[in-house]
Design a protein. Structure first.
Length: 323
């Protein structure tokens, strides 16, 4: 029997930003090579300024933990974001195989593989594309979320998950408009019955958290607004929800909502711009978003958006990792 090479567990290389960490960890986990080993970069000038362009001394330009790793480069590293792209270049120079998530805005030859969303323009022989973003949402993840937050199952149905991000250049919504969204969803729950499972993000304007609590006063459910509310029950919210409302600003939030088998509505959908419009149009074409605001009728079974496992299989095939 021919010898099959055994790969070591991958390292995840990020700048520590939640969205970047989430994507890198999701892909590293989906490769099923063992528990990933995380490294958060500590970039300093001038490497921080020029990343992902390379400068001499790059091994020492991203913090002491990275310098230690570069001295004994790993077999495989998965990174996400611009700083990670610069660090991955140095690891590849030293013999690592590297997978960069998100467009580094530089020629693709500096990395073994790149994984980018379809709504970006980057293409190449070593570029893999996906609809949306990498994430951990699958049936097992949702089941674990239900188990971890079993008390949510006692809430009255239908349970509406509300995922609120924050304004971005690609979705520059205004707070008063989002307050109206809260009032509309609350009005539907008060009229038809049901409960709320809501969470905000680090980008949510602080005043909007208070407006969220006020709009849903008296409505049964859970609102996670900040660290003072305890552990973020995000997996439990999606695991126990019957339907999802998501703000229009985050590819990650929208991808994760669509990773469930639930009907998904985008709040303030028409305030999206650029690539967010392209992404939403692709989801509509798949029948993955509700055609009418707060109309929860679902014509048949819903096919979840599950891109992470597919991309992981492509990564393994391209790098020669046994399936």
């Amino acid at each position: 029997m021919p010898h099959v090479k055994r790969w070591s567990p991958p390292w995840t290389i990020t700048d520590g930003r939640a969205g970047n960490v989430r994507q890198a960890v999701a892909l590293a986990t989906a490769l099923k090579l063992g528990a990933h080993r995380p490294l958060v970069l500590e970039p300093r000038a001038p490497w921080k300024w020029v990343a992902p362009r390379w400068l001499p001394g790059a091994a020492n330009g991203y913090g002491e933990p990275f310098a230690t790793l570069a001295a004994q480069p790993p077999e495989l590293a998965v990174g996400c974001g611009r700083q990670a792209a610069g660090a991955l270049r140095e690891l590849r120079r030293r013999g690592s195989r590297v997978v960069q998530i998100l467009d580094p805005r530089l020629g693709t030859r500096h990395w073994d593989l790149l994984v980018v969303p379809e709504h970006d323009r980057l293409r190449g022989s070593n570029v893999l594309t996906l609809l949306g973003s990498l994430n951990p949402v699958d049936d097992d993840w949702l089941s674990l979320g239900r188990a971890a937050f079993a008390s949510f199952g006692e809430l009255q149905g239908p349970r509406t998950a509300l995922l609120v991000g924050g304004p971005t250049p690609h979705a520059p919504w205004h707070e008063p408009d989002m307050v109206k969204v809260f009032q509309q969803v609350a009005g539907q729950l008060r009229e038809e019955g049901g409960s709320l499972l809501a969470t905000t993000s680090r980008r949510t304007p602080p005043a909007l958290v208070g407006a969220l609590r006020s709009a849903f006063a008296g409505v049964p459910g859970v609102i996670w607004g900040d660290g003072g509310d305890g552990v973020n029950p995000y997996a439990g919210l999606l695991g126990w929800a019957d339907r999802v409302v998501v703000s229009p600003d985050s590819v990650n939030l929208l991808s994760e909502a669509c990773g469930t088998r639930l009907p998904v509505a985008v709040a303030l959908e028409k305030q999206a711009q650029g690539r967010m419009v392209t992404f939403q149009q692709a989801l509509h074409a798949r029948g993955r978003l509700q055609a009418r605001w707060l109309d929860w009728a679902a014509p048949g079974a819903i096919e979840p958006l599950r891109e992470t496992a597919r991309v992981a299989a492509q990564v393994k095939a391209a790098l020669g990792i046994p399936a």
